[in-house]
Design a protein around this ligand. Structure first.
Ligand SMILES: [Zn+2]
Length: 284
């Protein structure tokens, strides 16, 4: 009995030692949009929670900063955003922050006109890696945890990519239109048959001439679906598809209908794939 105790004691000691938390205050971080927040929340899991600027259905293309947002930005040690092509409203407030604040423009190395880079899970994996490095710089005591979290997240994203592939495979050749130019990275990664966007900017609806051109395109190219977005004007989709065989679907590239947190990103991606299949795969 004393023999087994002798073995047990150092083991217990070790458990207590490794579990002892070094509880410094978690670093204060801000993420602009829900998918970026989700990746950052995954990287920071077990240390702290980032603050999310754009909640609910708010559009990054037309958001106006609230005083509480400005206060959160002023206190932040790191701010993660996509870049001026998406969150134009952040350009000025970020320029006014203290030089000590780390500002990470995630789309900096992407030159495409479409700034919605997170819709490619491989890019999301890269973003997680960048986040872990920045967080380790700010908070070296938790560097290992950030790195492990990012590695776990990247492994999960690889599986997610395969899952989304499988969901989309049956409709990959079916032509469709989207409401705004947000899906190039998604379409390229999953090899989809997009025929373009109705409007370049989600907040600038197309004019009458563009609408009649689109109606001709829908008929000529056998467009199966026109995908709107949460908060966009459904009347426009009706005008576009009226008298054609095209159906109306909804895509939510920001996860505006989902609960923010580490799981949001995966759900956003699978939900988008399912919404596409629900519309493109329907027999009409
Ligand atoms: Zn957009």
């Amino acid at each position: 009995m004393t023999g087994s105790l002798r073995f047990l004691f150092p083991a217990l000691f070790l458990v207590v030692l490794t579990a002892a938390p070094v509880r410094a205050e978690a670093p204060k971080t801000v993420a602009s949009i829900a998918p970026v927040h989700s990746l950052l929340a995954g990287v920071m899991e077990g240390v702290g929670s980032p603050m999310l600027l754009l909640k609910g259905g708010a559009s990054p293309h037309s958001y106006a900063l609230k005083p509480s947002d400005a206060r959160a930005l002023a206190k932040a040690q790191a701010v993660f955003w996509i870049g001026p092509g998406l969150e134009g409203f952040l350009v000025k407030p970020l320029a006014g922050l203290s030089a000590k604040t780390r500002i990470i423009e995630l789309a900096k190395d992407y030159k495409d006109a479409d700034p919605h880079i997170w819709l490619d899970p491989r890019i999301a994996g890269g973003i997680a890696g960048t986040m872990a490095k920045i967080m380790a710089d700010i908070d070296p005591a938790n560097a290992v945890r950030y790195r492990r979290n990012a590695e776990k997240l990247q492994a999960r994203l690889k599986l997610l990519e395969i899952e989304v592939w499988k969901i989309l495979a049956p409709v990959a050749v079916v032509p469709y239109l989207v409401f705004h130019d947000a899906y190039r990275y998604f379409e390229k990664r999953f090899d989809l048959a997009s025929q373009g966007a109705v409007a370049i900017d989600s907040d600038r609806p197309p004019g009458a001439r563009r609408i009649s051109a689109l109606r001709r395109k829908i008929a000529a190219n056998n467009i199966a679906c026109v995908f709107t977005e949460p908060g966009s004007k459904p009347a426009l989709a009706g005008t576009l598809t009226e008298g054609t065989d095209a159906r109306i679907g909804v895509l939510d590239p920001l996860g505006s209908g989902l609960a923010p947190g580490p799981k949001l990103y995966d759900t956003l991606m699978t939900e988008m794939a399912r919404s596409m299949v629900a519309c493109l795969g329907a027999n009409g």
